[in-house]
Design a protein around this ligand. Structure first.
Ligand code: MN
Length: 402
């Protein structure tokens, strides 16, 4: 059985205030094209479908179009919520949609949802696990300690005595342990978690939610009952622990830390129990996201020769020693989607200026914050505490708040 695995679509995401909707539509069309060519018997979408828990109308319309086109191809589609999705909003209509081949697990309701597929070797069980936090699991697995002893009936007594669930790892193991998985059959899990393999950490990118302190880690050994784990959460395509535990990665580069990543969809083929092949099909974006560096004259010349590629999303580092008048304006004439401009020379060291950022965002900053950023850009040095005091006094005298 052939299955296609994608994740972290982040529909509606903005990068440095650039709207990515057109790029997302383009890449989703490419995924549809790959689906038509590969003819998988199921599609796995492993969470962070939207970028925000309250997606924009345009984002909802794009996902609606994609899922409609995908299910129209005839194979079932399995989708879980990620940490960016609102579980309840993503679950809207899920029972109705399941009748049309779109299986959504948005909200964790105490059981590991299962859909059974069949091929010539027997059953393939698809388990859908939405993004889990210990607090979401606890009510279903821990005997409540707050209930009074003399409660009438046997309500609380029915719950099994279980170890406390404090970590993500414990939460996930508790859910898997109660799922009564038949390990003689082939089992696939969709999950959206931060997975480590002992002391081995996966490779992270700047566009992901930061993992701090390791509390959210789930060890790969928690997935032992599964032949393949279709993961979402980390944006670089990668396997962790074994080939069968895999992040599909995001379909687009969502930060400059991913500039050198090759994005892809993952295609897995299950033979009889124990046989698994994992392959990738590369994705080619409408506009690439890349970093270039050099003196302005050189970069302008290269950009003019590049033609369409100059419309990529670009981070430029200028190395000129001399002051340049309106560098952003001149570069934008050639590099129309310049996202970040910074400088690297003996005078400034390295100072960054975000080329994006709306006027409204800048207005939301305090005069002191704006001045501090400006000072840093000019002098490659932070304001001293004394200078901050002087500036605060000046802002006050001018009649505004620092
Ligand atoms: Mn994500």
């Amino acid at each position: 059985m052939k299955l296609l695995h994608i994740a972290d679509l982040h529909i509606g995401k903005r990068i440095n205030e650039f709207n990515m909707l057109e790029d997302q539509k383009y890449i989703l069309e490419q995924i549809l094209g790959i689906t038509v060519e590969e003819k998988p018997e199921g599609i796995l979408i492993a969470g962070d479908v939207y970028d925000k828990s309250q997606p924009t109308v345009e984002a909802v319309e794009l996902l609606d179009w994609f899922l409609t086109a995908l299910t129209a191809l005839g194979q079932p589609v399995f989708m879980i919520s990620g940490n960016h999705d609102s579980p309840r909003r993503l679950s809207f209509g899920s029972r109705l949609l399941a009748k049309n081949g779109l299986h959504i697990a948005g909200v964790f309701d105490g059981v590991l949802q299962k859909v059974e597929l069949q091929d010539e070797y027997g059953a393939v069980n698809i388990y859908l696990l939405p993004f889990l936090k210990p607090a979401m699991v606890r009510p279903f697995f821990e005997k409540s300690r707050d209930l009074p002893e003399d409660l009438p009936g046997d309500l609380p007594g029915d719950l099994p005595e279980a170890p406390p669930i404090n970590s993500y790892d414990e939460a996930l193991r508790a859910v898997v342990a109660t799922a009564a998985i038949d390990e003689g059959e082939r089992n696939i899990l969709l999950a959206h978690q931060f997975v480590v393999n002992g002391s081995q950490q996966p490779q992270q990118s700047d566009s992901e939610t930061l993992s701090v302190g390791g509390l959210d880690h789930v060890d790969a050994s928690a997935f032992d009952p599964f032949d393949y784990v279709a993961l979402g959460h980390l944006h670089r395509p990668q396997s962790i622990g074994r080939p069968g535990i895999r992040y599909a990665g995001s379909p687009l580069k969502y930060s400059f830390s991913e500039a050198r990543h090759q994005k892809s969809v993952t295609i897995l083929e299950l033979g009889p129990k124990g046989q698994l092949t994992v392959n990738q099909r590369p994705l080619v974006p409408l506009r690439d996201l890349r970093e270039i560096k050099g003196p302005i004259a050189e970069l302008l010349r290269i950009g003019r020769e590049e033609g369409a590629a100059a419309a990529d999303y670009i981070h430029i580092t200028l190395t000129d020693e001399a002051e340049i008048y309106d560098a952003i304006g001149r570069l934008r004439e050639v590099y129309t989607n310049l996202m970040i401009l910074d400088f690297e020379n003996s005078r400034r060291g390295q100072a960054a200026f975000l080329a994006g950022g709306s006027a409204a965002e800048r207005l939301a900053q305090s005069p002191m914050d704006l001045f501090a950023a400006f000072y840093c850009l000019q002098n490659n040095n932070q304001l001293t505490a004394e200078q901050v005091q002087v500036m605060e006094r000046i802002f006050e005298e001018a009649g505004g708040e620092a």
